[in-house]
Design a binder for this molecule. Structure first.
Ligand SMILES: O=P(O)(O)O[C@@H]1C[C@H](O)[C@@H](CO)O1
Ligand code: GUN
Length: 263
């Protein structure tokens, strides 16, 4: 099995060559429900299918794109926008889940914005929520060996404060990453609440761990696409998740636009 750090360096070299840039400044990963909000973000410079770069495969989840988009932000930064991600539940192992983050870091990014669609325990559906912390319930980690990474402030207080200047109504939450792909049982949601979680999802935490190992400053934003299982009566579906993203498009677009004026 190839060394994931070497593979990320190879993918970063391929990115620089494909886009003709020396480096990128930041990266943005779009989760379920965020695709439309990222349309028209900054000046479109170029894009290519993710699968063209070493170590990437085409995303398989509806609502996730398969492209890497390069944009120049209003602040003048060069941003790599991953329109989709690989999830742990796809069965490819942990390294592919964080390959995009490691590639972005190897390509020079210093900041990372991770977005996702998730279930709300104590936040209303339709609201974006800043991640203050996470609880990794996957039983997995992208770190192998004595990589004793400090995860204090895994989600940057400075970037969270910046986001709140863009949208002062933003709440903060604690994101519990489950393995997936099944949604949680009501009992699992009650467990997540009991251990301090306010959001339940299937991504983001592992990417954030890899990002902190690489020294990236991380901002995590969840779109609460649905009430977590057992909170509301109706059954959960991915169609509902994608639909909720469409419904929240204008607020998410304003938030991302305001952030990219500052990043
Ligand atoms: O990539 P994210 O975490 O936004 O996608 C969420 C979690 C599952 O992949 C999917 C379930 O509806 O949406
Ligand atoms: N784990 C999990 N992920 C989600 N993504 C969107 N909604 C949910 C949810 O309720 N639970």
């Amino acid at each position: 099995m190839s060394d994931p750090y070497v593979l990320a360096e190879q993918a970063a070299d391929a990115l620089r060559t494909r886009f003709g840039v020396d480096a990128i400044d930041l990266a943005l990963v779009l989760g379920s429900g965020w695709a439309q909000a990222a349309e028209g973000l900054g000046e479109h410079l170029d894009e290519c299918p993710l699968a063209e770069l070493p170590g990437f495969s085409a995303p398989v989840v509806a609502g996730h794109g398969g492209d890497l988009r390069l944009v120049r932000t209003p602040a003048g930064s060069v941003a790599a926008v991953f329109t989709g991600r690989t999830h742990l539940y796809e069965g490819r192992g942990v390294a592919p889940v964080v390959h995009g983050v490691r590639t972005a870091a190897a390509a020079g990014a210093r900041r990372l914005v991770l977005t996702n669609g998730c279930g709300g325990i104590s936040h209303p559906a339709g609201a974006p929520v800043l991640l203050a912390d996470h609880i990794n319930l996957t039983g997995a980690t992208p770190l192998v060996g004595p990589r004793f990474v400090d995860l204090t402030d895994v989600y940057s207080p400075a970037l969270r404060d910046m986001a709140k200047t863009v949208d002062p109504t933003l709440e903060e939450g604690i994101y519990c990453q489950f393995h997936g792909p099944a949604y949680e049982t009501p009992a699992e949601v009650r467990m997540a609440r009991a251990i301090g979680g306010t959001l339940v999802g299937m991504s983001t935490a592992l990417e954030a761990i890899a990002a902190r190992e690489a020294g990236l400053e991380v901002l995590g934003i969840s779109l609460v696409t649905n009430a977590a299982a057992g909170i509301a009566a109706q059954p959960l579906s991915h169609a509902e998740v994608v639909e909720a993203g469409l419904a929240a498009q204008s607020r998410l677009s304003a938030l991302l636009g305001g952030l990219l004026e500052r990043l």
